[in-house]
Design a protein around this ligand. Structure first.
Ligand code: CA
Length: 421
């Protein structure tokens, strides 16, 4: 991406409906000067703390404070290395704090940190908070969940029953803090195109809002409104956990800047390369020559050439098989340039219909329970949404119905009584 591309951000965090503390933390850092951007790029972090009482809150707060501090002052030119080191530094800081006080022992946090720089989008990641990229109708999960569910699936083990899955799916297998060292996954660089939208979130959101909904909402609404609506959806669906989201949308290229070209995915068909193909071709020619010699009764020469070329062919096959397997294994480990999961975002029409239904149910609850809603504003938004839908302008209808949901959720008993962040 280029410095000239603006980045529009929306962030939102909420305690949810059932927790006493918000143990999620987040931070965003947009570079103010080109020199600063060339050195390290924009930075976004979501961390979801754990450990009970105020301990999780402390762990996630240390992560989102330590990472920018370390990352932004580093002179290392490679963003992947800098980001990994910053996350490792946060791990050491949380671990050190945990060992100082018995109450803080084993405190930990997930951490997903994204940079948008001239090298592209790079994510450093530990735990089950997620980073997504939304491009047109496609939503790609760029991070691997370090959860029992995902680790078992990677090793081809499945839960034996739905009860097992429900009990264990949220157990995380890696976090910052509990151990003196941690393995950090660094993903990317992923190419960044104009209008690409990046979304980081804690599991309080991703457990309750499906990828295809997240993709559609992030595509249809400005980042600030999309962030609000996503958190509202998590709360409307029960809000069992804290939920946090950061949305960053990359702007258009200025007219005088040439778009950069970067290959989207590695091309598997080219994975063996021309050298191997030429090798196979040469050996095949020798094999054909040997068989021809046998056909014209030149037995000794024919047997020698055929045997040698057969052995060479076998050796080439074994070597190419090994190389392909190593390549696939290393790609599986690093997922270089590939998302871990992909979904198709909902079209505007089904998204509108889903939101209209949610809005309708919410409106009924608000009227029955006497929420202090500004009904005039709400009804205007609903009328505008219905009229846009009648003329098949569903993207516009989505914007209006999300306004109506926001006007209701502003007065939801939980929101109305919570201190504003
Ligand atoms: Ca959580």
């Amino acid at each position: 991406m280029f410095w000239e591309q603006n980045v529009f951000i929306g962030t939102e965090t909420d305690i949810g409906l059932r927790r006493k503390n918000n143990e999620d933390s987040h931070s965003t850092h947009l570079c103010l000067t080109e020199a600063e951007w060339r050195r390290h790029g924009h930075l976004f972090i979501v961390a979801d703390g754990m450990g009970g009482h105020a301990v999780g809150e402390l762990a996630s707060r240390i992560a989102v404070d330590t990472i920018p501090h370390t990352f932004l002052k580093s002179n290392e030119r490679d963003v992947r290395t800098t980001l990994r080191e910053a996350v490792l530094c946060a791990n050491s800081a949380i671990h050190a704090r945990g060992t100082q006080n018995e109450d803080f022992l084993h405190m930990g946090t997930t951490c997903t940190a994204l940079t948008l720089s001239r090298q592209g989008a790079i994510v450093a990641h530990v735990g089950d908070s997620r980073a997504y990229r939304i491009r047109r109708d496609r939503i790609d999960q760029l991070t691997f969940d370090h959860s029992l569910e995902w680790e078992l699936e990677r090793n081809h083990h499945k839960f034996s029953s739905a009860i097992d899955l429900a009990q264990h799916k949220n157990i995380i297998t890696r976090s910052l803090g509990p151990e003196p060292t941690v393995q950090v996954d660094v993903e990317g660089p992923y190419p960044v195109l104009p209008n690409d939208t990046f979304l980081l979130c804690s599991d309080g959101l991703s457990n309750l809002v499906a990828d295809e909904e997240m993709g559609a909402i992030a595509r249809e609404l400005p980042p600030e409104n999309a962030a609000k609506l996503l958190i509202h959806l998590a709360n409307i669906r029960g809000g069992p956990d804290n939920s946090t989201v950061i949305i960053a949308r990359v702007g258009e290229l200025p007219a005088n800047v040439e778009p950069e070209f970067l290959p989207e995915e590695p091309d598997d068909q080219q994975s063996l390369g021309w050298a191997w193909l030429i090798g196979f071709w040469v050996v095949a020619m020798f094999l054909a020559g040997g068989l021809s010699l046998l056909a014209i009764q030149r037995t000794i020469a024919g047997v020698a050439v055929t045997a040698c070329s057969s052995i060479a062919l076998l050796a080439l096959l074994v070597a190419s098989f090994r190389q392909t397997r190593q390549k696939l294994q290393s790609e599986f480990r690093s997922h270089a340039g590939r998302p871990h999961r992909t979904a198709v975002a909902l079209d505007s029409k089904p998204l509108f219909e889903r939101l209209a239904e949610i809005s309708h149910d919410l409106q009924r609850a608000a009227r029955e329970d006497g929420w202090n809603v500004n009904w005039k504003l709400h009804d205007q938004a609903i009328q505008a949404a219905e009229s846009a839908a009648e003329s098949l302008r569903y993207a516009k209808a989505v914007r209006h119905v999300s306004r109506a949901i926001d006007s209701l959720m502003q007065e939801h008993p939980h929101t109305a009584s919570s201190p504003k962040p």
